[in-house]
Design a protein around this ligand. Structure first.
Ligand code: F0G
Length: 459
């Protein structure tokens, strides 16, 4: 008999979680103005809100924390982290930050001016926020295949090179750089192929532009390249990562994802001028050059995490679990962004709740229903997250409307996946009774989905 698949680790420490009753959840959600971000985590049974900073560290990472050097200047932990980043990415210059959006803030303070245009593939909301708050524009050049959730296409994260070239041709003088997000979170944790990254590089060279990678999930991207691009089937994850980064001029990183730590980020680049420019903002915003918002112990844990997560077995275990949940949804016929991505399932809320008008945010309603059903917390990645158009102030309904269910790294077991799937099935089975969504009571101007206050519209 062939042996079944099993995790490439065993569990050394556990944290209790608690179920609640439906009555309790109704009360808590109302108090949270129907925004799951406003719920206390004690009120959540299985938390799929994000894979960001929510994973479990390994024994090697915890051990590394004890060796952290907390010196203000010149910390050994910084130099060890810098060496690891250089080995994995090839970049010489490293600026640590407290998380990914801080890296964006520092880098964009140096590079983005009012009126600029920054083309890329579905910029993440903080990336878009940091561009738009500087009165510049984030130009989405994602391939159209990403919009059709039922289409099986191996690299839905790709940049549409025709769209990118049109933008470069028309607005070259306004474009400070191109940003490619690997994997493409907003489109469903979807990978970008090496072929596509090469195409972006060629266009960037043709128009004399630099390319930065938003690298939050670069290791998962490398895993998909290995699995789906025949040229790389025998390459190691570290070899693929080096080859991807060879096509970029620099990166921003949220270490809370593929760095396997709970907090942290960095900027890395091959260019001294980028380093020199960004460095001036690092010191006032984040901290001195050799800690920039991170403890020495956290930099030590990150160096180990980056190494661990660029090993095949770790990524195979992780993505296998995401695929396991996806298979269950296939059994029940629940539509999600196909094929399943690296860090999450993106349920097609528009399709599931097809009676709920766009103006009533189906993705928000689906996240409410799933929480009420079983205490499982996902979050909307859709019309609410898309924010309003900065010029017209209209809601943006052009993209997809998803309920995202993130799978934390090394945190839950497949039994938890079974609970999530069953809860979703129960909601799905009564989808025809759900006719309305939510009404906004209060919203922030930017990144509104985190703090929006809503009312439930009764069916
Ligand atoms: N870029 C991508 C692709 C991201 O997914 C995130 C965060 C960031 C940048 C910002 O990094 O949180 O460390 O400041 N994504 C989280 C998520 C929040 O839930 O997808 P950060």
């Amino acid at each position: 008999m062939e042996l079944p698949f099993a995790e490439s680790w065993k569990i050394k420490m556990v944290e209790p979680i608690r179920k609640s009753t439906r009555e309790e959840r109704e009360k808590w959600l109302k108090e949270a103005d129907y925004n799951v971000f406003m719920l206390k985590s004690d009120y959540v049974y299985i938390d799929c809100l994000t894979d960001s900073g929510t994973g479990a560290m390994s024994d090697r990472q915890w051990a590394a924390m004890m060796t952290g050097d907390e010196s203000y200047a010149g910390a050994r932990s910084f130099y060890e982290l810098k060496d690891t980043i250089k080995r994995i990415t090839g970049f010489d210059y490293v600026l640590p930050t407290h998380q990914g959006r801080a890296a964006e803030n520092v880098l964009f303070s140096h590079l983005v001016k009012p009126g600029d245009r920054v083309p890329g593939n579905s910029h993440f909301d903080t990336t878009k926020g940091h561009i738009e708050s500087r009165k510049a524009f984030a130009i989405d050049c994602t391939v159209d295949e990403a919009k059709n959730t039922q289409l099986e296409y191996p690299f839905k994260g790709n940049v549409d090179l025709k769209k990118l070239e049109a933008e470069l041709k028309e607005h070259s003088d306004k474009i400070p750089f191109i940003i490619v997000t690997i994997t493409n979170n907003t489109a469903g944790g979807q990978p970008v192929s090496m072929e596509n990254l090469r195409g972006v590089r060629a266009l960037a060279d043709k128009y004399g532009k630099r390319v930065f990678f938003d690298s939050a999930r670069f290791a998962e991207n490398a895993y998909f390249i290995k699995k789906r691009e025949p040229e790389f089937k025998d390459a190691t994850i570290k070899e693929i990562a080096r080859e991807m980064f060879a096509l970029a001029d620099g990166m921003t990183m949220s270490s809370k994802k593929d760095g396997l730590v709970n907090m942290g980020g960095f900027i890395a680049t091959r260019w001294e001028d980028v380093y020199e420019g960004a460095k001036q903002y690092l010191i006032p915003f984040e901290g001195f050059l050799t800690y920039g918002g991170m403890n020495g112990r956290d930099m030590a844990a990150l160096a180990v995490g980056l190494d661990e997560n660029t090993e095949y077995d770790m990524l195979e275990t992780r993505i296998h679990q995401v695929e396991y949940l996806a298979k269950k949804l296939d059994e029940y016929g629940i539509p999600y962004q196909r094929p399943v991505g690296g860090h999450a399932l993106f349920i097609d809320a528009d399709k599931v709740l097809d009676q709920v008008p766009k103006e009533e945010f189906p993705g928000e309603r689906l996240s409410i229903e799933l929480y009420l059903e079983a205490g499982v917390r996902g979050c909307e990645i859709g019309y609410m997250l898309a924010d309003r158009d900065p010029v017209t102030r209209q809601n943006r309904f052009e993209g997809n409307d998803f309920l995202r269910l993130c799978i934390c790294r090394r945190t839950y077991t497949d039994n938890h996946m079974d609970v999530i799937a069953a809860a979703l099935k129960n909601v799905y089975d009564r989808r025809h009774e759900i006719k309305h969504g939510v009404k906004i009571k209060w919203e922030a101007e930017l990144m509104r989905h985190f703090t929006v206050k809503m009312d439930l519209i009764e069916d």
